[in-house]
Design a protein around this ligand. Structure first.
Ligand SMILES: Cc1cc2nc3c(=O)[nH]c(=O)nc-3n(C[C@H](O)[C@H](O)[C@H](O)COP(=O)(O)OP(=O)(O)OC[C@H]3O[C@@H](n4cnc5c(N)ncnc54)[C@H](O)[C@@H]3O)c2cc1C
Length: 209
């Protein structure tokens, strides 16, 4: 993992003011658009702006965040399945958001989305939200690209041009993000395409390893 930058004036004061201003603008816009849950707009804005510096927090809190955010879309049961052990504060937050916590391990999924537990009980669910592993192909590693570890698994380290640590190799989408979405994948793909073209014309520069 990259070391944290030195706490300079730019990093500590100026960045904080800029981030605060844009998060404030996001909240004002969300209210102006009369969105149902305007607070998610500045939260999402902050997540996008902060990018890499939120990695450590995401890694620790991902399970709880998923569990506490999902109730905005319906009734939620969080199946811990021995993958995560929430502390008292996390359990209180989940309870406060109306999330049912199930500790018994799953035996299998049946039917459309029926969760069958090892003790024989079953939960017929409308849908299942699963935290999956991102990097499905060994190609980048075989090429020698440096990988990073995030809460969703390994992903390829890239710079702002989506250049990997191997000159001439670019990577975009879920494979090169701590957590992805279609919008991010499309934007990253456009950036990687432009940068790959430029590298063919002006020469390839790798991201810092
Ligand atoms: C259940 C689920 C729901 C989601 N819902 C949303 C949503 O509502 N909104 C949203 O914005 N995002 C959503 N996402 C995330 C979104 O789907 C991804 O962020 C996005 O598809 C990433 O695009 P991508 O092109 O990077 O990767 P992918 O869409 O995964 O495409 C990668 C492709 O590469 C292929 N591939 C892999 N290895 C090789 C190889 N060696 N050779 C050739 N081909 C290979 C794979 O088969 C795949 O087709 C969801 C994801 C999941 C799993």
């Amino acid at each position: 993992m990259k070391p944290l930058p030195e706490p300079t004036f730019d990093f500590v004061i100026f960045d904080s003011i800029v981030i605060g201003a844009f998060v404030g603008i996001a909240l004002v816009l969300a209210h102006a658009l009369q969105l149902d849950k305007p607070y998610w707009v500045p939260v999402s804005c902050l997540a996008v702006i902060q990018g890499s510096s939120l990695r450590a927090v995401w890694s620790k809190q991902l399970q709880r965040i998923i569990g506490t955010v999902l109730p905005d879309w319906g009734t939620v049961t969080l199946f811990l399945n021995d993958a995560f052990d929430p502390d008292a504060a996390q359990l209180a937050a989940l309870e406060q958001r109306g999330v049912k916590v199930e500790r018994t391990r799953m035996a299998r999924i049946a039917g459309k989305a029926d969760v069958i537990l090892r003790d024989g009980r079953s939960y017929p669910m409308a849908g299942l939200f699963v935290v999956s592993q991102t990097l499905g192909s060994p190609l980048a590693e075989q090429l020698g690209c440096v990988l990073e570890e995030g809460p969703m698994g390994m992903y390829v380290r890239t710079d702002e041009r989506k250049a990997s640590t191997v000159a001439g190799v670019f990577c975009c989408g879920d494979a090169a993000r701590i957590a992805g979405s279609v919008a991010f994948a499309v934007a990253d793909g456009a950036m990687a395409g432009v940068a790959a073209h430029q590298s063919l014309v002006f020469g390839a520069v790798a991201a810092a390893a």
